[in-house]
Design a protein around this ligand. Structure first.
Ligand code: SF4
Length: 329
């Protein structure tokens, strides 16, 4: 393992600038029209019926306020995400336009498969699209996600690439794969022109068949990252942070990750866990704030007066939560 990590580290240092960044995923809803993927938290929630109004949608103002918080704290917003087929395309476009105005850059979308006509409508507002792929083992995948068969996801990735957008996949380790699957996964990364791979640990969710399945450990994740880094020197590799594994996070940096997600900002900002994370990242330049909230000013917002006020109110509520101060509505 040490030789593999040394090799991966050397490949990473040759191709990247020695930094690591936190990438925040912004959720736009908390329901799903599929809602039967066996490992997923949203499969334990009431299913969304397309065409019906839902209360499980986030306001545009709160989404933009969260983006503003990320910008002020030096965190990158990678994509918007949530359950599949909840918002209509006409609802997603203004959200994406507002995000670009707040952030100064376009983000990706990571909900799962969209039709070609939908991808073409969304393409001007995003840099890429992705999906949880769960596993490239078709039998395993289709058992886990009976309403989201693998072939629909791979076709979707092909269209995303054909439309000139970046492709993102999320592979969830711990669902039943083995190290022997490495060759098959690498073949698919090549075949579908994947630009970004996000690796997550299975997070056992109450109420799912995986509730009592233990998550794999950091060394196992590092093995996967290092293998991908050596095989694909310029692939962008992200990992989802697991709080219990933070004190081994340097292994993932040695293995060649570019970024991490799932730092629980309201729970862990400024805590001992954040201090451990910062220490673990000492071999790289860690971008953004994790320990102290700097002096913040909102500056001019690009929306109308009423919307700007709503965004501002939400923004300061989020800042208070970061500081672990009680909210005042
Ligand atoms: S489609 Fe996505 S959000 Fe919906 S249940 Fe499956 S994994 Fe969860």
């Amino acid at each position: 393992m040490k030789d593999l990590l040394d090799q991966a580290s050397s490949v990473h240092n040759t191709h990247f600038d020695g930094s690591v960044r936190f990438e925040r995923s912004i959720f736009t809803n908390w329901t799903c029209a599929i809602a039967d993927c066996k490992y997923c938290y949203l499969s334990t929630k009431p299913k969304h019926r397309p065409g019906n109004e839902t209360t499980a949608l986030r306001s545009k103002e709160s989404i933009w306020a969260e983006a503003l918080l990320c910008k002020k704290m030096g965190w990158h917003v990678s994509y918007i995400t949530g359950g599949l087929r909840v918002e209509r395309i006409e609802q997603l476009i203004p959200i994406l336009e507002g995000l670009e105005q707040v952030l100064g850059y376009k983000v990706m979308m990571n909900y799962g498969p969209f039709a070609k006509s939908e991808i073409q409508k969304l393409a001007p507002y995003i840099t890429g699209m992705g999906s949880a792929i769960e596993s490239f083992d078709e039998k395993l995948h289709n058992e886990i996600c009976p309403s989201k068969p693998l072939h629909t996801l791979t076709r979707y990735l092909e269209v995303v690439h054909e439309e000139g957008l970046k492709t993102l996949i999320t592979i969830i380790l711990g669902l039943g794969e083995t190290k022997n699957d490495l060759g098959m996964i690498c073949e698919n990364i090549e075949k579908y022109n994947i630009d970004i791979v996000q690796l997550c640990f299975l997070k056992p969710q109450e109420g799912t068949p995986y509730a009592n399945v233990p998550s794999p450990d950091t060394k196992y994740m590092a093995w996967w990252v290092a293998q991908l880094r050596v095989k694909f020197p310029t692939l962008y590799i992200k990992v989802a942070l697991v709080p219990e594994c933070t004190d081994n996070f340097h292994l993932l940096l040695d293995a060649g990750v570019n970024a991490f997600s799932r730092f629980m900002i309201y729970k862990h900002f400024g805590t001992d866990l954040a201090k451990t994370l910062v220490k673990e990242c000492s071999s790289r330049k860690l971008k953004g704030e994790f320990l102290n909230v700097p002096e913040l000013e909102i500056g001019d917002l690009p929306f109308g007066t009423e919307t700007n006020e709503k965004v501002e109110i939400k923004f300061w509520q989020y800042v208070k939560r970061l500081q672990h101060k009680p909210r005042r509505n």
